[in-house]
Each structure stands twice: as C-alpha cells, then as structure tokens.
Design a protein around this ligand. Structure first.
Ligand code: ATP
Ligand code: LTN
Length: 334
C-alpha cells in the first residue's frame, strides 16, 4: 500500500489499553497512524474490549483507557480529521463480532500465533482470547477500512479479517471492503531490550525490557545502557546472529526514518558505547515533544472526554450503516 495516496482511503487501527504505550507501539504503528491522519479518513480505537481477554484491575483499566487516548493524540494523530473513540462505547463492534464469529472457523483461530503464545503464557485461557481475531475483524470491517496500520505481529490477524471479508462477500454478495495491512518499512518489529529474540511488549514483567513513551531522559539512558548486546563488539545489522545490536540499530534507524543497514554503515568502526549513546539521543529527541503534548492533553480532561464522546457518536453512526446492511444480507431485521 502506498503511503501517499491520490484518493483518501478509509483507515482503521486500534491499540489495547493494557499498559503505557511503548517505543515499539510508537515506531511500529503509531507513527503511521499520525501520518495517515493528515490525509486519510481514519478511525482509531482504544481497544478496551480486547484488553479484557486478560484480567484487568477496573480502576487501572479506566485510567489506562484515558491515558492511551491522550497518548494517541500526543503522538500526532490529527483530532480534526481522525475519529478517535473507545471501542466499548460503540456497541456495533460487539454485535458485528458475533456475526463474524459465526463465519470464522475454529481451525483458523487455532492457527493464530498470538493465541498460541498468550495461551502458553497465561492461565486464564478464556474464550475471548480465542475469538479475539473475530472481534478485531469486526473493528476493521465495520468501517469498510481499506488499510490497517499495524506492527508486523498483527499481520496474521489482518489477513484473517481479509479472509472473513472475502468469505462473507462470496456467500452474501459484495458487503465489506477487503482490508490490507500497512506495515512500516522501518521499525515494524522492535524487540525487547533484555531478550532481543522476543518483541518489546508493554506487558513484559521486566520494565528494563521496554521503553515507555513516558520514560524520562535518565530512565531512557539507563535502559539503553543495560540493553543486551553481543559479545564481540562488532556493529553490523544481522538480526539472526546479532539480535541485540541489530535491535538497537533498528530503533535508531526508525527514530530517524532511515534503514537499519544505512545506520550500521554510519557506526562502522565504532564501539557499543558510542552506538548506545546515539540511540539514547535519538530516542530522547523522539520522546520529548510527545511527552510535552501528553502532559498538556491530560491537564484538560474535559476536552479529551468531549472529543472521545463525539468520536464514539461518529463511529457508531458509521458502524450502524454497515451493520444494517449485514443484518439485511443475513436475513435479520434491525
Ligand atoms: P502487549 O504487548 O500487551 O501484548 P501489544 O503492544 O502487542 O500488547 P497493542 O497495544 O494492541 O498490543 O499493539 C498496538 C500496535 O503496536 C499493534 O499494531 C502492534 O502490531 C504494534 N506493536 C506492538 N508491539 C510492537 C513492537 N515490539 N514492534 C513494533 N510494533 C509493535
Ligand atoms: N489486536 C491488536 C489491537 C487491535 C487492532 C484492532 C489492530 C484491536 N483491534 C483492529 C488493528 C485493527 C493488538 O493486539 N495489537
């Protein structure tokens, strides 16, 4: 998919309020959300229903939902053009999710790597964790989105949404747009700073594994200093054999909008200390304006709440139009 289209496309994406946003979320998804919100017709959701697949503390969840909405705007999403809303405030998502769940096969859901990973890690293997991708398909298809900006780990889920859309269209006639994943060229998969073979995750129990968008300069410097590197001191972009250094190069490159291979050439002959200092500077510069805007937005909760309320109303009106059509095709009345 092109980043600079001639025609505005319909874009949808969502993020779970399962903790504070990380640098991985920012570089893998949020930067694209912001860019697309300048030109396209964007729907962006705080995916709180998805977050319930893991047991949440209600007071903390409520706080995380507002904070994530503020962070999305702070990262540069244009509130004049994009519709920002909280998923649970638009009930059409849950209704369509059920209708799509009845058109999704157990075999398809069983093949999802996120389900396999999460069900191996947590004891609470609830049915929502399994049907999670049909709710995600509903998020996307409800708005007839053509494009879905996500990190590489979500590609499989977007492909399932495509398959469901095609299946439904074949069975009942043209109903849904068939969405495409939009995965950034640089930064699509930022890895943990402590174990560079697994992805940087906001739900990691070790806070040194991720950089949070709200980390102050000292914390950023400390976490990068402690980041796992390789033993031989060579700076080369080779994720398979040098995952630690390659991850630092990827972070540096994605902050600067260049390729990791070009970044590696820039550091040829230098040591890990110099690389880590440059990564620290690049990350601190990326975070500073976001943090300033975040503080400003959180100071005016009324404004944020009003924006989210009107976002939910707009999203609900658009969703209802699709749902009415789907009902009719299935032989249901509204
Ligand atoms: P958790 O880590 O708690 O499982 P998550 O961060 O993977 O959650 P979301 O918050 O829903 O899940 O992710 C939002 C977006 O950020 C998705 O598009 C996802 O692909 C992207 N993303 C998440 N982690 C990374 C990462 N390490 N690198 C690049 N993109 C990422
Ligand atoms: N499953 C995603 C979050 C998510 C999403 C969506 C992303 C929920 N609904 C719709 C894109 C489109 C995740 O865990 N990262």
């Amino acid at each position: 998919m092109e980043t600079t289209p001639n025609q505005p496309r319909t874009i949808l994406s969502a993020m779970q309020p399962s903790g504070g946003m990380t640098l991985g979320n920012y570089l893998g998804a949020m930067k694209n959300w912001a860019i697309m919100s300048q030109t396209d017709n964007c729907y962006y959701a705080v995916a709180d229903l998805h977050a319930l697949t893991v047991r949440q503390n209600p007071a903390e969840l409520r706080r995380n939902i507002r904070n994530l909405a503020a962070m999305i705007l702070a990262c540069g999403v244009n509130p004049e053009r994009a519709t920002l809303f909280i998923q649970s405030q638009v009930p059409e998502h849950s209704v369509l999710a059920w209708l799509l769940t009845c058109h999704t096969y157990m075999g398809e859901l069983s093949r999802m790597t996120q389900f396999k990973d999460k069900s191996a890690k947590q004891e609470n293997i609830n049915a929502g964790l399994f049907t999670y991708p049909s709710l995600m398909a509903a998020d996307i298809l409800l708005y007839n989105a053509n494009g879905v900006p996500v990190g590489a780990d979500q590609k499989q889920h977007v492909e399932l949404a495509r398959d469901i859309a095609i299946r439904f269209n074949n069975a009942y006639g043209e109903t849904f747009a068939v969405p495409e994943p939009f995965i950034p060229k640089y930064g699509a998969r930022i890895m943990s700073l402590q174990d560079p073979t697994k992805k940087m995750s906001k739900s990691d129990e070790n806070p040194n594994a991720y950089i949070s968008m709200t980390d102050d300069n000292d914390t950023v410097a400390r976490k990068i200093k402690r980041a796992v590197t390789d033993s031989d001191g060579v700076i080369e972009f080779d994720p398979e054999h040098r995952p630690g250094v390659s991850n630092l190069l990827t972070i540096y490159a994605a902050c600067k909008g260049q390729s990791a291979v070009d970044a590696a050439a820039e550091f040829a002959g230098q040591g890990y200390g110099q690389l880590k200092q440059a990564v620290t500077d690049a990350v601190q510069s990326a975070l500073a304006p976001v943090q300033a805007e975040y503080a400003r937005l959180l100071a005016d909760k009324e404004h944020l709440n009003a924006l989210l309320r009107s976002g939910a109303e707009k999203a609900s009106a658009a969703g209802r139009r699709t749902l009415r059509k789907v009902y009719r095709k299935l032989g249901l009345d509204m």
